[in-house]
Design a protein around this ligand. Sequence first.
Ligand code: RFL
Length: 403
Amino acid sequence: MVEKVAELGGSSQSTTVVVIGAGPAGLTVANLLRCCGIDCVVLERRSREYVAQRQRAGIVETRAVRMFDSWGLADRVLGGVPYDGILEFRVDGETHLVSDSDGSEGPAARLCPQQILVQRLTANYLAEGGDLRFEVADVSLDGLTTDRPVVRYRAADGVLHTITCSFVAGCDGDHGISRTAVPDGVLTAHAFDHGISWLTVLADSPPPAHPLFAVSPQGFAAHFPRGPHTSRYYLQCPPDDQPDAWPDTRVWDALRSRLADPALVSGPITDREMFRLRSLVHEPMQYGRLFLVGDAAHIISPMGGKGMNLALYDADIFARAVRDFVRDRDDTALRAYSQRALRRVWNDQEFSHWLTRALHDAGDATGSGSYLRGVARARLDRLFTSPTAARGFAEIMTGVDLG
Ligand code: RFL
């Protein structure tokens, strides 16, 4: 097969790791492997420009900042935008400030929008001589249960290429091809749908003083910073609502009412999206020499800001495991990869589920029922009044709890 590809004008080569996908997970794997002097090739189906503008997460949690710091990369890939670690919960217009700092020593969380992290990881990897191929198509994986898997793809110029490797990092998100290369019956999918949709808009409007979560009789809303003059907003809406039902005036009216801020300054809306709050975990996160990293293995409702941070965690433990194998021929960490990653995944799933329920059920009693409304308000009351509950919350927010 390799010769046939060569006859067609393609190429065949060999490397240690092929990384599929250049999102936060793939680019972090690539940069960390580069730090260890381990060869890898990154294959991304989109253009560099497209990947660099995809806006999602905004805060890199404390654990992930310390992870980049331990690799000597924090200042290069995260920048230094300060974040004071204070969250605002506004319940029926009443403000409660909660710290997400756990008081531990070391660098803390940073404001770093996902697209900025991706741009910096890309630039750093390429500056270090990394091999990153954009606009690839038809990626396919073979021989995953052998010790030399084969990855095939078509380059942007239409030429077929073959890469033989030791490991494949499947970092291609929830809709990628990596997971589909695993035979039926090997993975178990654990899915959950909250039955809630969110409209999210990005706007050129002043960011809030603190990330803001609001509970109101009209439903949940949130306002997060995404830059010095940019904000992301979320509005709970019925499960099968459509973005067209939300013209700009309705968005701003709903935000002013739910955030209990009649003076909220509006601005041009630059992006809008509607999505269901759902979570999905695939178990195990490994098949032979294929390791699923980030959203390729699990997605999580955005409440709690854990999706990208989980991707960064997976990337770190995968890269360290490959390093152990290449340097010391020790496969202990590779064999433990799935179990270790899933422990954190389920921990964050539980947290995100808890916070999602608390902040939605505490609002409209007609949606969730007055009993669940009372339960949710008790949860929030405990968070606002009990130092022990607040510390437990901060511990999970920082992400440093599980080692
Ligand atoms: P990504 O970012 O989806 O990147 C996957 C990459 O793989 C490429 N790809 C392929 N490449 C080659 N061949 C193929 N066949 C391919 N198929 C796909 C894609 O083009 C892409 O470049 O996954 P990754 O790297 O695992 O990163 C995960 C994060 O993007 C995701 O978890 C977060 O965005 C989730 N998330 C948030 N996470 C947080 O930590 N904090 C937040 O505040 C936060 N807010 C959010 C979010 C996700 C949202 N969406 C998706 C609903 C807000 C929103 C609105």
